[in-house]
Design a protein around this ligand. Structure first.
Ligand code: ZN
Length: 187
């Protein structure tokens, strides 16, 4: 669990992504394909370390995100403590997809933490011994803590930093990398 992934939302990050993340309808995500996105299908292989669930999913094709796949992923990446759901930022999936390509991996992402509900965040704030802020990009479906099979976590971090696509946190003791779609920054 990434207790310290507590970057606040700042005015600079409130834009198209924030609006999309708040959209209740998965259909809204159909409009989320970035301009100039590659037309090849984009897939991810996921393993959730807390629920033991696995998911192989193609979430975009012909340059567009697939609403049904995004819904499935949002369920997979739910708050595993409470079962609460939240839309996952499609840009975050694209970050994971590109990161895997850059790292030369064809592996599976092991998920340590993704969406975190207000209830869970508050619980962690009370029991986590500090370091958990009131707002976190995890609470907006814009952050994820992962490792990638077949790729050293230090390498994964280097590739994520080189992408300059958002925040990158490194947790060598727990062997995972935090990536998000907020401001470019690192810790
Ligand atoms: Zn995190």
């Amino acid at each position: 669990m990434c207790k310290y992934c507590h970057e606040l939302s700042t005015p600079g990050t409130v834009g198209r992504r924030a609006i999309l993340a708040g959209a209740a309808s998965a259909a809204a995500f159909a409009l989320a394909a970035p301009a100039g996105a590659a037309a090849e299908p984009r897939s991810l292989a996921l393993y959730h370390t807390h629920t033991g669930e696995r998911l192989r999913v193609t979430y975009a094709e012909n340059g567009a995100h697939i609403p049904e796949a995004l819904e499935e992923i949002s369920h997979f990446l739910r708050d595993f403590r409470t079962g609460d759901l939240h839309p996952i930022d499609p840009d975050l999936l694209d970050v994971l997809h590109r990161l895997r390509s850059r790292a030369g991996g064809r592996g599976t992402y092991e998920i340590i933490s993704a969406y975190r509900s207000p209830r869970t965040n508050e619980m962690l704030r009370k029991t986590g011994g500090g370091g958990v802020a009131k707002r976190s990009l995890h609470m907006e479906g814009k952050a994820i803590d992962v490792r990638l099979t077949g790729v050293r976590t230090a390498r994964l971090r280097e590739e994520a930093l080189a992408m300059k696509s958002g925040g990158v946190g490194f947790y060598p003791d727990s062997d995972f990398v935090h990536v998000d779609t907020g401001r470019v920054r690192q810790w």
